[in-house]
Design a protein around this ligand. Structure first.
Ligand code: AMP
Length: 217
């Protein structure tokens, strides 16, 4: 079983949903840097306030801040993880490789969820997120409204401050310019670990494919 996994992909490609399902099925902790940052922000911590200045605009927080939050997580929880939304830049990928090499625990699987921009837009503008557990729900699929309770944990569902038409263009540009190069980085350093999945397929189909990869089949 793979223990150190990175899920890459544009916003709304289903990374969080699939990471949740994999985590429940295989017991590998799901670590979303976006959710960690949103929780810091909701608690009003200094780190959360600093991060909010960037995330609100659809921009990435500085590498140093993203690396700090992930390092703290690994110190507390160890080196079994499913990263969703990290690394987001080649600088973060290099940093992660160095940290894991020092711990003698290299990455074991990297999966890119690929989705076209029209579908990304449709999904991002039609979803609500839970501030409690981080779940994402489709407004039309689940017939939900902002303020409704989360079907999973009962906390309030909100539209993310960066799931807006204004932030969307920025987030797509940031993905193309800063995060897609991470795929090139792994093509160069760990091509045997890198797999691609069409994220336009149904959630169950994607989960089946990911499961086989996690089990090393
Ligand atoms: P996400 O929930 O993964 O879409 O992340 C939401 C926002 O959090 C992003 O648009 C960034 O502003 C910030 N963020 C999350 N992960 C990272 C990261 N690894 N590096 C920089 N910023 C991040």
């Amino acid at each position: 079983m793979k223990q150190r996994i990175v899920l890459l992909g544009p916003p709304a490609s289903g990374k969080g949903t699939q990471a949740d399902r994999l985590s429940a099925a295989y017991g590998i902790p799901h670590v979303s840097t976006g959710a960690l940052l949103r929780s810091e922000c909701a608690r009003g911590t200094a780190l959360g306030k600093e991060a909010d200045e960037w995330t609100r605009q659809g921009l990435l927080v500085p590498d140093e801040l993203a690396v700090r939050i992930v390092t703290a997580w690994m110190e507390e929880h160890g080196t079994s993880f499913l990263f969703d939304g990290f690394p987001r830049t080649t600088g973060q990928a290099e940093h992660l490789d160095a940290s894991l090499a020092a711990l003698g625990a290299p990455l074991e699987l990297i999966v890119l969820l690929e989705l076209n921009e029209a579908e990304i837009r449709r999904r991002m503008l039609g979803r609500l997120s839970c501030l409690g557990c981080g779940a994402t729900c489709s407004i039309s699929l689940h017939d939900l409204r902002e303020g409704d309770p989360c079907p999973r944990c009962g906390s309030k569902l909100v539209r993310r401050a960066d799931d807006t038409e204004e932030a969307l263009g920025q987030r797509l540009r940031v993905y193309r310019e800063l995060t897609l190069p991470v795929v090139g980085y792994y093509e160069g350093t760990a091509p045997q670990l890198l797999h691609r999945i069409d994220a336009g397929q149904g959630s169950d189909e994607i989960f089946k494919k990911l499961s086989a990869m996690v089990r090393g089949e």
